[in-house]
Design a binder for this molecule. Structure first.
Ligand code: UD1
Length: 457
């Protein structure tokens, strides 16, 4: 099993100390969307002119993507949340496994590199702790656009067929609406010869953000945000300035935290219709929601049990399934949460049960019996969103919690503890002297139930 955190021993000694049962109050500023920023960085490889990206979140995933681009020869200048990306002098070479490992989105560079240079070589991203995460849709689609692809020693090598100098447009129907595959193929098709039609495309807001930026760069993409996307390839793309959309998953996490602690907070800036499915479930479970311009306010109250089933956008996002489950653990009544996108995204169930919840899991469906209270303890989250769920559970728990797994949280939540403490949470990042040994933390050394346990010295 892969556990990217293993290598970062310094983070293994960090945890959030959370004293629960405080209510939250105030306004929280939402950062730029991680998943948008990652793909926009990949898209910047499509041009030899400068791209200026604003509202880029300061996260370890973004740093990793930046390192990958720099390894290709991209000149990156960073100033706070602004990135100036200059891909004039890049050279095509195989990306080293150490850089790509642990950042699945790095594979999304394949479409851009192939379209601009006619070749690309990227190590297989492999599975991760939420599932196998295949890339067959990316490969099949790129082949339809005229690429020859071989996988040799875990490296995906893509090239144009014969003497062609460009990819060519094609009709592609995805078997499943994969976000990454839709993005890879949009980037590749934007520099292809002729028209590409992608059917059963993913419709996530981050894809719309990508198309918006590509169109500013001179691409001709129609109907992004719909199931059928049409792209008329152009010969060249140019530079542009673009502001990353707000992170709907970060916003959703804070709203769920407010609901769980019966608090009143406002998240902004957000694009409220990106969160429609989540807001509906929050309202159904007893919260009062008010949308005003680019902000959403929530007043949490009497949490009721509601059923949730994850689905591609505009359905309930899989990335908020774990946080929402933390909310349901203390709801009145019984709820059912079904994960339909990833096959192994229920790691938090056992961890929440260790905090006193009553959840049984059967075939990726969690049956939750609401309890009156959770009890703080010491635990480690095993992936980004399960760690966020533990933080929410800790915020409502009696006693003190120590939540490890910050290497996951730092991938996707900018200044998480600062934002929470500004809302009134008692949360501090602690660096303990000798808390864990390698063997205690390793995901390769999981306990019988499959969860890494942390022992406090
Ligand atoms: C993106 C998001 C991630 C989110 C996910 C689903 C980024 C960087 N990450 O991941 O946060 O949880 O969308 O909303 O944007 N699949 C295949 N074959 C493929 C590709 C995917 O079978 O070639 C399957 C996957 O196994 C999974 C489902 O499709 O079951 C969805 O995956 P996908 O939408 O591709 O997720 P990512 O783009 O990797």
């Amino acid at each position: 099993m892969v556990c990217e955190g293993n290598k970062k021993s310094y983070l293994k000694t960090q945890n959030f100390k959370i004293i629960g049962q405080n209510s939250l109050r105030g306004e929280v500023k939402i950062s730029g969307a991680k998943n948008s920023a990652l793909v926009l960085l990949a898209a910047s490889l499509l041009t030899d002119e400068k791209i200026i990206l604003d509202n880029v979140p300061l996260l370890t995933d973004i740093e990793k993507m930046g390192n990958i681009l720099e390894n290709l020869g991209v000149n990156l200048q960073t100033k706070n949340h602004k990135l100036i990306i200059d891909s004039t002098n890049i050279s095509i070479k195989e990306l080293p496994y150490e850089l790509v490992n642990g950042l699945r989105a790095s594979f999304f560079c394949i479409g851009a590199l192939l379209a601009r240079f006619g070749e690309a070589s990227i190590p297989l991203p492999g599975g991760c702790n939420i599932g196998k995460r295949p890339i067959n849709e990316h490969i099949t689609g790129l082949k339809a656009l005229g690429a020859k692809i071989i996988i040799e020693k875990e490296i995906v090598k893509a090239k144009l067929v014969g003497k062609k100098s460009r990819l060519f447009g094609a009709n592609i129907r995805l078997n499943c609406p994969s976000v990454g595959a839709t993005e890879t193929l949009i980037m590749a098709a934007s520099l292809a010869e002729g028209r590409t039609v992608i059917e059963n495309a993913a419709r996530e807001p981050e894809i719309q953000d990508l198309c918006h930026m590509l169109n500013k760069m001179g691409a001709k993409i129609y109907d992004s945000g719909k199931e059928k996307i049409i792209i008329d390839g152009v010969k060249k793309l140019h530079g542009c300035s673009h502001k990353v959309i707000p992170d709907r998953i970060e916003a959703g996490t804070f709203l769920i935290a407010a609901a769980a602690t019966s608090s009143s907070i406002t998240v902004s800036p957000v694009i409220p219709n990106h969160l429609e499915a989540v807001l509906n479930k929050l309202e159904e479970s007893g919260s009062k929601i008010t949308k005003k311009g680019n902000s959403i306010s929530i007043k949490g109250n009497n949490i009721k049990a509601v059923n949730v089933k994850t689905a591609p956008f505009p359905g309930f996002p899989t990335d908020l399934q774990a946080p929402f489950m933390a909310l349901m653990t203390i709801a009145k009544g019984k709820s059912k949460i079904s994960e339909t996108i990833f096959e192994n995204r229920m790691n938090h169930v056992e961890l929440l049960n260790q905090m006193g919840s009553s959840i049984t899991l059967k075939n990726n469906v969690a049956y939750i019996k609401g309890v009156n209270k959770l009890k703080g303890t010491t635990l480690a989250g095993s992936d980004l969103r399960s760690s966020a769920a533990l933080v929410i559970a800790a915020l409502v728990s009696t006693k003190v919690s120590h939540i490890y797994g910050l290497e996951h949280l730092d991938r996707g939540y900018e200044n998480f503890e600062l934002k929470l403490s500004q809302l009134g949470a008692e949360i501090t990042r602690e660096t303990t002297k000798q808390v864990t040994s390698q063997s205690e933390y390793d995901c390769d050394n999981l306990n019988k139930k499959g969860f890494a346990e942390i022992k406090v010295a």
